[in-house]
Design a protein around this ligand. Sequence first.
Ligand SMILES: Cc1cc2nc3c(=O)[nH]c(=O)nc-3n(C[C@H](O)[C@H](O)[C@H](O)COP(=O)(O)OP(=O)(O)OC[C@H]3O[C@@H](n4cnc5c(N)ncnc54)[C@H](O)[C@@H]3O)c2cc1C
Length: 430
Amino acid sequence: MRHFAVIGAGITGITTAYALRQRGYAVTVIDRQRYAAMETSFANGGQLSASNAEVWNSWATVLKGIKWMLTPDAPLLMNPKPSWHKYSWMAEFLANIPNYRANTVETTRLAIQARKYMFEIAAREGIDFNHEKRGILHIYRDKASYDGAAEVSKLYAAGGLPRRAVTPAEMRALEPTLHGDYYGGFYTESDSTGDIHKFTRGLADAAVRQGVRFVSEASVDMVEHIGTGVRIGWSVAPADENAEPTRETLVADGVVVCAGIGSRDIAAKLGDRVNIYPVKGYSITVMLDDEASQKAAPWVSLLDDKTKIVTSRLGADRFRVAGTAEFNGENRDIRADRIRPLVDWTRKLFPGVSTARVVPWAGLRPMMPSMMPKVDAGKLPGVFYNTGHGHLGWTLSCVTAEMIAEKIAAAMPVETPAGATVHAFPRKAA
Ligand SMILES: Cc1cc2nc3c(=O)[nH]c(=O)nc-3n(C[C@H](O)[C@H](O)[C@H](O)COP(=O)(O)OP(=O)(O)OC[C@H]3O[C@@H](n4cnc5c(N)ncnc54)[C@H](O)[C@@H]3O)c2cc1C
């Protein structure tokens, strides 16, 4: 039986490990955190949204972005400090503008397929992740942005996604708790929401039950191809703080890199260029502690086009509000001036919701300049990637895991051919 290592225990790593195990591979997941889903897959916007499949590579977005850079509280924030990584990424982002239509249609198609796999997995493994199948409503305050969205609807339709235009009165009927004046909206009934952290942790538990091994608190700093497989290494902090760290390695027949914003460095060690940039976003989880707040918070998920804020209701007592794209390198600070607009937005649109207790969070979207995830083999045999899902990793995770598992099954079938070196499932990582 072939043995694969998966680097990263976020949503992409766990779905990949599960898909490989389902096909009979021995699988070891390695992560620098103690538990699964502790980085970007921790507290995101929660939307399983084919209706957010539009890639950002368009001149309209670039022009808006320039305007936003000069506006305080805008959804986009850029640290102008020069960095080769940032500017090379931006150049590639612009070079992908001609692919806007094709990539939007393809992402829509993938997002629709992804749902099927996710719902099947959740049912099979009995995972409760506060899944709400109540659709996603995009809201617009002016004619120009509404008309722009109508054009995007045509691309979604080409990808197989129907969404319908709704009047302000229909918007209120769909979500009676919503306050404010709107020009109109678009409603995608087939979209849904759920808690990414709960799903990932639930699936990690299922994977363990099925024999997947986990090596945690292992920050991979060495990956090398050894001809017959891949050797992966990390340091282990000693119990005695005065002692030297020790080294551990694991050899597997192949590796799938699912390391989020860490994938770029790991890819470089394997001779591949995977130009992921960390695009920071923020969320607040509004704790709906009293009955009045629970009644005043929406159940239908929203995307506010002007502020680029998304929402999800996570059960009766939690309301998630997320937004912002900040280009500031690998910076995880939770900035008060970015949390404030999320709280203010909640107060304005849902005045009956108490914001006395909100939990702020920041995460780094692992974004490719094309906005398309890298789901492919690397240059060296046995090296694969399922990473770089950007703003849509939760939505796309279950389909890209299937895609990469299928590619692996075609290139390296689960049974090791006679005479080949076997990097068996290790009894312990050593
Ligand atoms: C504010 C915000 C809102 C969002 N809202 C939505 C939404 O509504 N819908 C949607 O579809 N998507 C959304 N996203 C995007 C989605 O959350 C991400 O695309 C997804 O979580 C990325 O998953 P991942 O597995 O690639 O990365 P991660 O979850 O970050 O997992 C990568 C893992 O790799 C590990 N790792 C990295 N480097 C190493 C190393 N060297 N050694 C060992 N381990 C390593 C990390 O510890 C981590 O556990 C949002 C993101 C943000 C920030």
